[in-house]
Structures are given as structure tokens and as C-alpha cells.
Design a protein around this ligand. Structure first.
Ligand code: BG6
Ligand code: MG
Length: 219
């Protein structure tokens, strides 16, 4: 019944959250005079670049201060710093167990798609030397809605040429699990089972992700 897997990137395949945080913290401090703390970072996970800026502006009570043009300039400055940080990524940055899992699903003949909100996803996959595993990468620039909207996971299955009911989505974020469920796919959560209670199956961390267990549960 399962024919393919649709992956989130950050927190599932690698951990880029610390780089997003580092880049945003610098730009917020230098360009906006806003000091962000790690609690703000939680609200940036899975959220698009421009929406992340809105979260930070709201945190600093500056919602109405900048024009759209200025916001684009700020977001671009953040991205320049972020790209410099991720340019050092190597296969050593793949989260534990994920290379093994990708090898297992590839060997079993499943389709593999990426459903990341990041426009830098292809660059990150290349740094990790994982590009060849993916039959399809959803381009977030072509989407109207972000997670928890199902659009990105629906598109992932579509690009694999399979029905949502034949797809397994993997996510570490609550909004991502909601998106997978709304798309009508089987949701595998990675992280705290209480937090990801909407998922059909939860693994505590990436090292525990197991193909046989997913096949059995999704049957
Ligand atoms: C998601 C991250 O994967 O991509 C978010 O979790 C980030 O924090 C979003 O804002 C957009 O990324 P990018 O690379 O297009 O700025
Ligand atoms: Mg994630």
C-alpha cells in the first residue's frame, strides 16, 4: 500500500535550525535592534523566510515599521548569512540513522520526495551528498500556503505520481504533522510523542526511525 516517502528536511534529515537562528539573531540585532532568544527560534521552525521576519518583528513590537521593499532587503541579508553558514555542511551533518533509512527505502524501491519550506533545500541536499536519493523536490516558491496547510505534502506525493494514501510523510514539527494528516498521508513524527500526538507513529529520534515498523503500522 505504501509507495513513497515525503520528507521534511530540517530536524528530520539535518539540523539547520541553529544556522537559521544564528543568521536571524545577527540580522535582528544589527538591522532591527531586536535581540531574539532561543524561544523565538521555536516559532521559526518550518515557517517561510518572510513569515519568519514577521515573527521577529512582532516579537520586537515593530510590526508596522518597515515597507515591503525594506522587509525583502532584511530577509535577503539574513539569507546571505545563512547561505554562508550552510556552505560548510558535509555528509557528517546528516542526522543519525537517516542515511541508513534512506538506503533502506531506496533499496525497497519506494519513491522519495522532499517537502521543505526552504528555498535552500537543493543546496543543503548537495552539501550532504544526498541529492541522488530524491526523485522529487517540491519548490516552495510555487506554493500558495505554508505548513500546516497540506499543499507541500500533497505536491510531494503528486510529484512521485502516487496517491496521498500511498504516501508516508516524515516531520519533526507539530505544524508539519498537521500538514501531512490534512494531506491524507500516513504521518511519522520524530520527537516528543506527547507533542506530536497527531502523528500515526512517533520515533523519539532519527536513529530510531525504522522501515519495518513503518510498513507494519501503515499497512
Ligand atoms: C524551513 C525552516 O525549513 O525553511 C525555517 O525550518 C525557514 O526556519 C524556512 O525559515 C525557509 O528557509 P529559506 O532557506 O528559504 O530561508
Ligand atoms: Mg522540520
Amino acid at each position: 500500500m505504501i509507495k513513497g516517502f515525503v520528507f521534511d528536511l530540517d530536524g528530520v534529515i539535518t539540523d539547520t535550525a541553529r544556522y537559521h537562528y544564528q543568521a536571524w539573531a545577527q540580522v535582528a540585532e544589527e538591522m532591527l535592534g531586536i535581540t531574539i532568544d532561543p524561544s523565538v527560534n521555536e516559532g521559526l521552525k518550518g515557517v517561510s523566510r518572510m513569515d519568519s521576519l514577521e515573527v521577529i518583528l512582532k516579537f520586537g513590537h515593530q510590526e508596522d515599521r518597515y515597507s515591503q521593499e525594506e522587509k525583502v532587503r532584511i530577509a535577503t541579508a539574513k539569507n546571505d548569512r545563512y547561505v554562508a553558514l550552510i556552505s560548510h555542511m558535509t555528509p557528517d551533518d546528516i542526522l543519525p540513522g537517516m542515511k541508513r533509512f534512506l538506503n533502506a527505502i531506496k533499496a525497497a524501491g519506494y519513491g522519495i520526495a522532499l517537502a521543505s519550506a526552504s528555498r535552500n533545500a537543493p543546496r543543503i541536499l548537495a552539501g550532504l551528498s544526498l541529492s541522488d536519493y530524491f526523485d522529487a523536490v517540491v519548490d516552495p516558491a510555487t506554493l500558495t500556503h505554508g505548513k500546516p496547510d497540506p499543499e507541500i505534502f500533497t505536491r510531494g506525493a503528486e510529484l512521485l505520481g502516487i496517491a496521498p494514501a500511498e504516501a508516508v510523510g516524515l516531520e519533526d514539527a507539530v505544524a508539519g504533522i498537521a500538514a501531512i494528516k490534512a494531506a491524507g498521508e500516513f504521518a511519522v513524527g520524530i520527537g516528543d510523542a506527547k507533542l506530536l500526538s497527531q502523528a500515526d507513529l512517533v520515533f523519539a529520534n532519527t536513529a530510531e526511525v525504522n522501515l519495518a515498523a513503518i510498513e507494519q503500522a501503515a499497512r
